[in-house]
Design a protein around this ligand. Structure first.
Ligand SMILES: [Mn+2]
Length: 321
């Protein structure tokens, strides 16, 4: 039903903007890049792509990535016929791009976060899907839209990264089926794997090793966490996305139940990234206005890194993990 609505609104819209979330990952970027290809190949329309933060170098290999605009490059007086939010659990996930969303004649929201409340005119939210990439596969297949090799590679990247290379508990037969389908369409698993996971800079790896070496373990080692300060990032000359994958490394320890990384954003704001083996960390992050998935969530906390760590530990202990 919503699929047809989306199909019709794409058909009747002259100008379309597709927006990823801030601090983008492979799912949101792979999904917006694939959408642009699919809309171009099937509806013969060029879409504008917008990422409200810098695109990590790792994802520059995605087809259309060079077309992704920054907020500075956008014309904010423009009224789009259609604005599509992709993998954006809530409107604050698109940052200042909200202005363009609010001005649009019609809006769509394609996502897989269970916390997504459906803030657009057309909402396609599949909480059971591993990734937004997987949701898009379902939409494109249902609407019988042509998916090129390039779009298939972007969608494969989206599913691969959100499932942690098909290892996380969100990996279902549907995600594997979607991935198989994309490989049939020309996505190359080994080449994409190398581009995503084996292209880190030396500084990035050394920085993560440093963060792990200073990790703290509490509550009989059930809780593992580390802290990341601006000065350390500068010292290692680490890239913007230097903490990507760090929390998973702490969760990989056999005794860990809950892992988190507290990163200094400014002197009064800290960013928390949480992972767990079974506990619902989305619920903990929601206490601070954040969200995500049961086993992978995040939030921003007002306070220094030290204060943020204390607040998170308090919430974890309240739940007797
Ligand atoms: Mn996602």
């Amino acid at each position: 039903m919503e699929f047809l609505q989306l199909n019709d609104i794409i058909k009747s819209s002259k100008n379309i903007l597709i927006i990823s979330h801030i601090n983008p990952d492979g799912d949101t970027l792979g999904s917006i890049c694939a959408m642009a290809d699919v809309i171009k190949d099937n509806f013969h329309k060029e879409c504008d792509l917008l990422c409200p933060s810098r695109v990590p170098k790792t994802y520059e290999f995605l087809h259309n990535s060079e077309k992704i605009k920054t907020l500075e490059e956008m014309d904010f007086s423009r009224e789009y016929d259609l604005v599509i939010c992709v993998d954006d659990a809530a409107l604050d996930r698109i940052g200042d791009a909200k202005t363009l969303f609010e001005k649009a004649k019609c809006t769509a929201n394609i996502d897989h976060h269970k916390t997504n409340r459906g803030y657009a005119d057309i909402n396609i939210i599949r909480a059971e899907a591993s990734s937004t990439g997987e949701v898009l596969c379902e939409i494109f297949e249902d609407l019988k839209l042509k998916v090129s090799k390039e779009a298939a590679s972007s969608l494969y990247t989206a599913i691969l990264t959100d499932t942690g290379s098909f290892r996380f508990d969100n990996t279902t037969s549907d995600s594997l089926k979607a991935a198989a389908h994309l490989v049939k369409k020309g996505a190359n698993p080994s080449s994409i794997y190398k581009k995503v996971y084996e292209s880190s800079s030396k500084n990035h790896v050394l920085f993560q090793a440093y963060c792990i070496s200073k990790a703290e373990f509490t509550d009989e080692d059930k809780v593992a966490y580390t802290t990341v300060y601006k000065k350390d990032i500068e010292k290692f000359n680490a890239p913007e996305d230097c903490t990507e994958g760090l929390t998973e490394k702490l969760r990989a320890i056999v005794t860990t139940e809950v892992a988190f990384v507290a990163r200094e954003i400014s002197s009064s704001v800290s960013k928390i990234s949480m992972r767990s083996k079974t506990a619902d960390v989305a619920e903990i992050c929601a206490v601070f206005g954040g969200g995500g998935h049961k086993l992978a969530a995040g939030c921003m906390i007002k306070g220094t890194v030290k204060e943020a760590v204390k607040k998170i530990l308090d919430e974890i202990r309240k739940r007797k993990i």
